[in-house]
Design a protein around this ligand. Structure first.
Ligand code: PLP
Length: 382
């Protein structure tokens, strides 16, 4: 036990010890933590849908008498956990992206982990951006293949690795987030497509933070750049903009059939409750116009905020990099005292000496609220 205690003490000394917050309530853009109401600048509910009580009640009223309005699937999809709602959800995502086929996983974490570890076997390899999400890293560690990590958004570095290593392997996968979760910067999808073609690789994009924020059909950065056809595999969590639960992988029929047969996180896990799937379908089928309006509002907001606070970000995620972990923690507490719920993000979640406040904007926040936020922050930390 002592080794664990020592390790925890080290985290405490580095101001990196994590605790679960006492959240009392969330509504729209606000959050109540320890009885204090604050503007929530740490939410992934980018379109502010998850706490919209009117929307939830409309959904419940309409669907409560349906057979699928139940809270457990009690089984994996391949056994008895399936129902028509799941197929409908997968069809919805296939049509939004104009891709052949989709597969629902229980979480984005399981989706990335399952897809990568299934597609990459012994004799294959993965090229991975160094700042990709933990679920992607977990997938490549689980896979039996070799992996190479290129410097964040450095496509010369990626090409160097591709030209040296690709020829030694059978299948190769390039994997990147589109909007990066800690910096809000965006991958150069055109360049990635060029490289995947030149070196005969599959290209996988995680659009977790881009779905609902970019693209005509809300489908993300690849769609915004008219490059959806060129991407082999896209993964999207439904727990952020779609205010639901689960994750979708869209691809071609062969890859999806392969995943159904080989992805252990899909095969061996109880399916999500169908009530959740119905909620996702309700939002996509009946509230799409509202989602699009909220997406436009969020885009206007983050473009205005980039003018107030110049940043490396090109999206709704804005890092305020402070560097030192203790100073970052104190800055977060200072801003919480003034009514803004911001959280410190420390290593190992981000690289050493880049501790930061990670702001994530949501559609109901206003430009004036963010102006006030930066005025207050300037006096303390900038
Ligand atoms: N991918 C990225 C880029 C993420 O930021 C996250 C979650 O934070 C995930 C995947 C995992 O998604 P989920 O929360 O549905 O497991």
């Amino acid at each position: 036990m002592q080794n664990y205690i020592n390790e925890l003490n080290k985290l405490k000394e580095n101001s990196s010890f994590r605790t679960i917050k006492n959240i009392k309530e969330k509504f729209s853009k606000y959050i109540i933590v320890d009885d204090k109401k604050m503007l929530n600048l740490s939410s992934n509910d980018y379109l502010n849908l998850s706490t919209d009580k009117d929307l939830v009640l409309e959904f419940v009223d309409k669907y409560k008498n349906k057979n699928e309005f139940i809270l457990s699937s009690a089984s994996a999809r391949l056994l008895t956990g399936n129902s028509s709602e799941y197929k409908r959800l997968e069809n919805n995502f296939s049509s939004l992206s104009s891709k052949d086929a989709s597969l629902l996983f229980n979480t984005g974490y399981q989706c990335n982990q399952g897809v990568i570890s299934a597609l990459i076997s012994k004799g294959d390899c993965i090229f991975c951006d160094k700042l990709n999400h933990a679920s992607i890293i977990s997938g490549l560690k689980l896979s039996q293949g070799d992996h190479f990590r290129y410097r964040h958004l450095d496509y010369d570095n990626l090409e160097k690795q591709l030209s040296e290593k690709r020829k030694n392997y059978k299948n190769a996968l390039i994997v990147s987030e589109s909007v990066f979760s800690m910096d809000g910067d965006i991958a150069d999808i055109k360049k990635l497509v060029e490289l995947k073609k030149k070196y005969n690789c599959l290209l996988m994009l995680d659009e977790a933070h881009a779905f609902g924020v970019f693209g005509d059909n809300l489908f993300g950065v690849a769609q915004e750049n008219n490059l959806l056809d060129e991407i082999d595999i896209i993964t999207i969590t439904l727990g952020k903009s779609l205010a639901s639960m689960g994750a979708i992988c869209v691809s071609n029929r062969v890859i999806i059939d392969y995943l159904i047969n080989k992805a252990s996180t899909f095969i061996f896990s109880t399916a999500l409750p169908s009530i959740n799937i119905m909620w996702s379908n309700f939002l996509l089928e009946e509230k799409f116009k509202l989602l699009k309006e909220k997406k436009e509002k969020l885009n206007s907001l983050f473009k205005e905020v980039h003018k107030i606070y110049p940043t490396i970000s090109s999206s709704q995620i804005i890092p305020v990099i402070i560097g030192d972990s203790l100073k970052t923690k104190n800055t977060a507490l200072f801003m919480q005292d003034r009514g803004y719920y911001v959280l410190p993000i420390n290593p190992p979640t981000v690289p050493l000496n880049t501790s930061r406040l990670r702001l994530s904007l949501t559609s109901d926040i206003t430009k004036d609220e963010m102006k006030d936020f930066f005025e207050k922050l300037k006096n303390y930390a900038l």
